[in-house]
Design a protein around this ligand. Sequence first.
Ligand code: AMP
Ligand code: P6P
Length: 352
Amino acid sequence: MPDSLPPLRAAAVVGTTLREHVLHGMHAAKGATGEFTSLLNHISLAIRIINSRVRAAGLADLLGYTGETNVQGESVQKLDTFSNEVLMNVLERSGHCGVIASEELDEAQLADHHGKYVVLFDPLDGSSNIDTNVGIGTIFAVLRRNEPKLSRPSLADALRPGREIVAAGYVLYGPSTIFVMSTGQGCHGFTLDPSIGEFFLSQPDIQVPTRGNCYSVNEGNFSRWAPEIQNWARWVKAVRPVGPTPDGSTPFNTPYGARYVGSLVADAHRTLVKGGIFAYPADSKSKNGKLRLLYEANPMAFLFEQAGGAAINGTERILDMMPTELHQRVPLILGSKDDVAVYRQFVTGERT
Ligand code: AMP
Ligand code: P6P
């Protein structure tokens, strides 16, 4: 390892690659052995393999359903299965994972070695949109096991609050393949150059605007929401006078525009970059919401907070929630700090 690496400059002749970005992170981490760096590089490899098949799914006969259902009771699509197998295989081969958990697998996979890390992932989120060519994605979170050499891997290594995450990211397989990742030093976006299979830093240090003008929620669930959530949904659509309020504060510029893809990674990425609010509240059918805490809400919450945004379950910070089950669901509200704060005021009754 050279004594010091050249500074990461803005895109020069050759842009900054994900590999270089991660290497700089290792250099800055005192005492790092390189295991974490190796793990991140393995995740990058798995993502690029998944990307190659997602891009060719229609031609590679990977569309359609396998006829099985997963632990969530959802029909499993061939790309789901493929993506899960790629991530499981690459992560197991890395040797760094004591515990691996996937949305597609009932149980967490416990290694017979003392791997230092836990990786939790949704291999292909939004898969119900695969056959309609809508943006889908991969979401992951990484935790570091406590005393890895002294204890055998267990489920308890995975059931930890999101504030203990050491890395999280998502990949959006959209018009281009965007990888948004954080290791706790800001939130950064990388774009894949498919011609060479390399991710290049394209959105350094993403910052969620403090307030947005777009809301993202499935209004088809309106009748199932609690009254306070219905009040929020009416507020965000109401026409209001523009110009400062009597106390001089800048009013919210409602009505907000509505955008809803129905694919978490697509809706979350737009909200991260443009601001506003994404909400999947609990309702009379999904009493704890639909999205999963460990491998959807937590990684998204980590990324949004790293980008100066906020993530709550309605009242509580997502990253402070203490998990009790691997696949537990949680209401998820993500977005600009001010917009999430207003949502919370409706839930607590401060606003009606
Ligand atoms: P390691 O010894 O490689 O397992 O790294 C120990 C800890 O240092 C990791 O859990 C991270 O919190 C931090 N770290 C190591 N490498 C990196 C990196 N490339 N980027 C950011 N943080 C890192
Ligand atoms: P609904 C996709 O199936 C998913 O798990 C998330 O990606 C997305 O945010 C949500 O479900 C959409 O659910 O009920 O609005 O179709």
